[in-house]
Design a protein around this ligand. Structure first.
Ligand SMILES: NC(=O)c1ccc[n+]([C@@H]2O[C@H](COP(=O)([O-])OP(=O)(O)OC[C@H]3O[C@@H](n4cnc5c(N)ncnc54)[C@H](OP(=O)(O)O)[C@@H]3O)[C@@H](O)[C@H]2O)c1
Length: 258
């Protein structure tokens, strides 16, 4: 049975909170009474999010950080946690993009892996020691259904999200005895800046608002995983059981962008 309890966070950190899913999550968590630290690179966009939260009576502050600098991110999160003990950390900052293998661009592969893998790991790792000492906390990583199997044209993105999923799987096992919840969020396609210029089909594309509501529901329930929308989640789960040659054949037939 699911443990249902209302969100009772005092201080939360959300990375990639200057737009899209991160902004939506930050605003929703703030509306429930938490002080939210919104982190990303663009100061002006973060200031706008902070102002929007404050206009609605919430409490927030901006933290300018480039999460692709993993050491700086780790240091910034650890310093923040010492100053303001964090009980929710949402590592959401991420970079999309295709990397068709016949024309593989190392700079793109590097940038995606650096932010999505190292940036996410650094964000979560910066918060772990404090949470372990306090024996409470909630760690959330935003992966993707694209991380269930290696999708065509997505070697960097798919593998980065697979890494996040397994990183969180391991944290969950290690940290449960310390009262720390770990939630892996794996969305399908959501209408944000990231998907604005996406080339190719986007099955089951979801609007931002219901996507954020779905994530908040999972945080409330302290779910281990939050895979949505449902039809896309079922399709990805089914794909994980397919033998590699069958998955490859289907991927070619689906004419996914490469
Ligand atoms: N939209 C989808 O269909 C979808 C599906 C599955 C998973 N996701 C995942 O959801 C997360 C949020 O994506 P989104 O769709 O909301 O996209 P988005 O609107 O483009 O937001 C990306 C956020 O990440 C921040 N960011 C980018 N590079 C950064 C860096 N180096 N350091 C710190 N922050 C950085 C951006 O802010 P700044 O530019 O200000 O730094 C922005 O706030 C990502 O991890 C993405 O992979 C999205």
């Amino acid at each position: 049975m699911k443990r249902m309890r209302p969100l009772a966070y005092r201080t939360a950190l959300v990375t990639g909170a200057s737009s899209g899913l991160g902004r939506g999550i930050a605003e929703a968590v703030a509306s429930r009474g938490a002080h939210v630290v919104v982190a990303a690179r663009r100061r002006s966009a973060l200031d706008e999010v902070v102002a929007a939260i404050r206009r609605r009576g919430g409490s927030a502050e901006a933290l300018v950080v480039d999460c692709s600098d993993a050491d700086a991110t780790h240091a910034a999160v650890a310093a923040l946690d010492r100053k303001k003990p964090l009980d929710l950390v949402v590592a959401n900052a991420g970079l999309g993009g295709t990397t068709p293998a016949a024309d593989l661009q190392w700079a793109t592969v590097r940038d995606i892996l650096q932010l999505n893998v190292l940036g996410t790991a650094a964000t979560l790792s910066g918060a772990v020691p404090g949470m372990v000492t306090r024996r409470r906390g909630h760690l959330v990583g935003v992966a993707s259904l694209a991380g269930v199997r290696g999708l065509p044209g997505s070697a960097a993105y798919s593998s980065s999200k697979a890494a996040i999923r397994t990183f969180l799987d391991s944290l969950r096992i290690d940290l449960r005895p310390f009262g720390i919840t770990v939630t892996t969020v794996s969305p399908g396609y959501v209408r944000t800046a990231m998907t604005e210029h996406h080339v190719g089909p986007m099955p089951f594309l979801m609007d931002l608002e219901p996507a954020v509501a779905r994530i908040l529901e999972s945080l409330d329930s302290q779910d281990e995983t939050c895979d949505f929308p449902r039809p896309a989640a079922i399709a990805s789960r089914a794909s994980s059981f397919l033998p590699a040659p069958v998955f490859e054949w289907l991927s070619r037939r689906a004419k996914l962008p490469t």
